[in-house]
Design a protein around this ligand. Structure first.
Ligand SMILES: [Mg+2]
Length: 161
């Protein structure tokens, strides 16, 4: 069975930086289509991030964001500039343990944790969410197709066992 909700972390999962540390707001999108920070550094996502989100959305998966960053506004600005909001049914962006973020998803959609799939680069988050039944994939080199397939397969195996 397909996951009913696929959740992505932001920092070091969909983009290669901590939004509160490595880039300088405000951000803007220039005529060249690229996003720049206040120091004129180009701000990029991981190369496969947008294609993966588009692919999942096209295949009728519901997607969400769970981030612990304190730079909520800055993260929201980047999601807007990268035109990513159209992919997400819900976003939870604030500090704290991600079990809180996921309890909001559960309340909003009434899905079991075992029907959710999660991608994140931090062991502590993987540990917290695995313990309540979420299928988790540790993303060590940025989101890519390999992690996605691993997650979908892992979820399928868990649901059929
Ligand atoms: Mg992260």
């Amino acid at each position: 069975m397909k996951p009913k909700l696929i959740v992505f972390d932001l920092d070091y999962t969909l983009w290669p930086f901590w939004v509160d540390t490595h880039v300088t707001p405000p951000f803007c999108k220039e005529r060249d289509g690229k996003v720049y920070d206040a120091n004129r550094q180009v701000v990029n996502l991981y190369p496969d991030s947008l294609e993966i989100l588009k692919h999942l959305k096209d295949n009728d998966y519901d997607l969400a964001v769970a981030s612990r960053t304190g730079s909520t506004e800055e993260a929201e600005q980047l999601l807007h500039l990268f035109d990513m909001n159209k992919y997400f049914v819900m976003k939870q962006i604030y500090p704290g343990r991600k079990t809180t973020h996921f309890s909001k998803f559960q309340n909003a959609f009434n899905h079991c944790y075992t029907d959710m799939l999660f991608f994140d680069d931090e062991h502590r988050n993987i540990r917290d969410l695995s313990s309540i039944g979420v299928t988790c994939v540790l993303v060590e080199e940025g989101m890519n197709w390999d992690y996605l397939n691993r997650g979908l397969n892992l979820h399928k195996e868990k649901k059929s066992s």
